[in-house]
Design a protein around this ligand. Structure first.
Ligand code: PLP
Length: 375
């Protein structure tokens, strides 16, 4: 447990419990909530440490931020800038990181950017893996900008990346590209932030989406499914050597929701064995197979399938066709979101615990809808 907040929490828990008990005696039960919250928070941290961090040999410190994903992104950016004392951050084309000011600045889509009439400064956008098609390694492009003292791109405090750009159209970064990105960060003394808000929590089959690439980001943001039942919770994982926050330097009133701690601790039990992970991978293979069959049925339409684990995208030839599929699916009881720069990608994001039969039935219905829309 060395190097994480857990020992600190244990000490804090004892102190809080002691003080709360004393206060309780003096003033009735007003402080009981504080006491309980510390206990739930501690249980969550202890479980997370035991089931997720330790088995992966990760020694991150954990920070609770405001309740939604964008809050975690803001905290990670602020800390990275403080550590490196640099203002610039590099983000990628088609990236999505949330809609508060700092997170919006590093989000690519004009649909969101155009509606916020504030400065979106201190960011340079670089091409994500595959942006110029196969055969172009976009890291070479990025490297050239970093090497050149006169490129006009300031060496950033951090590079922030999604291993799979979910909102951006289910663009999957190759594992070797991610490894190359990490290497580049080390070479230029830049912090690497992985935004795992949408594809962490087991979505790709491993708890963190970057595990398969074998990289160790300096900062990781996590939210969404970590709350267990859809309850609000956001976290930043911080490599111990860059935890330069002063006490309560980045804080706020609502940081950690008691009910979410309980639900999150319960949901983490899925990670006690390797069965859950193996099941996600197995169902992911089924999903890929079923979507490839849909693709093969419409060779002239050039549908494209991409994804990993239980996140897949089916790129339609035109946004209006994708919209028509999504509308009809909704009418038939299936929610399927659209993603991509022009909402042209059907985003398959089933619950990780979906049963195989339900998965097959859902994709079969969608296959019929796609066929009727494309005919
Ligand atoms: C990768 C990623 N980062 C950040 C966010 C922002 O999270 P929230 O909508 O909870 O603010 C999202 C939301 O979809 C996301 O997918």
């Amino acid at each position: 447990m060395k190097g994480t907040l857990v020992p600190l929490m244990a000490r804090a828990k004892k102190q809080i419990a002691k003080r709360a008990a004393a206060r309780e005696e003096r003033s009735g039960d007003r402080t009981v909530a504080t006491n309980r919250r510390a206990r739930r928070e501690y249980e969550f941290l202890e479980t997370f440490e035991a089931l997720i961090l330790k088995p992966r040999n990760l020694d991150y410190k954990i920070q609770f931020t405001g309740p939604t994903g964008t809050n975690a992104v803001e905290a990670a950016l602020k800390l990275a800038r403080k550590v490196k004392q640099r203002s610039n951050v590099i983000a990628f084309t088609n990236g999505y990181h949330g809609l508060s000011a700092g997170a919006l600045a590093i989000t690519g889509n004009r649909h969101f950017r155009n509606e916020a009439f504030v400065n979106r400064l201190d960011v340079s956008f670089m091409p994500y893996d595959g942006y110029f098609g196969e055969g172009v390694n976009t890291l070479d492009y990025l490297r050239r900008f970093l090497l050149d003292n006169s490129s006009g791109v300031d060496v950033p405090a951090a590079i922030i990346v999604e291993t799979i750009q979910a909102e951006g159209g289910v663009n999957v970064a190759r594992l070797e590209w991610l490894r190359g990105l990490e290497k580049l960060c080390r070479e230029f003394d830049i912090l690497l932030i992985v935004d795992d808000i949408q594809v962490g929590n087991g979505r790709t089959g491993t708890f963190f989406s970057f595990e398969e690439a074998g990289i160790r980001p300096d900062l990781v943001t996590l939210s969404k499914a970590i709350g267990g039942l859809g309850l609000p919770m956001s976290l930043v994982f911080i490599a111990p050597e860059i935890d330069v926050w002063k006490p309560a330097e980045h804080t706020g009133t609502f940081r950690g929701n008691n009910l979410a701690f309980v639900a999150a601790t319960a949901a983490l039990q899925f990670w006690r064995t390797s069965e859950f992970s193996a099941e996600v991978a197995r169902k992911g293979r089924i999903l890929e197979q079923l979507l490839s069959e849909i693709q093969a049925r419409h060779p002239r339409q050039q549908l494209r399938v991409r994804g990993r684990g239980l996140i897949y995208g089916l790129q339609m030839p035109r946004p209006d066709l994708a919209k028509a599929v999504s509308r009809e699916a909704f009418r038939q009881g299936i929610i399927i979101e659209l993603a991509g720069p022009n909402d042209e990608v059907l985003k398959f994001l089933p619950p990780l615990v979906i049963e195989e039969a339900t998965l097959r039935k859902g994709v079969s219905t969608l296959s019929q809808i796609v066929a009727s829309v494309l005919k």
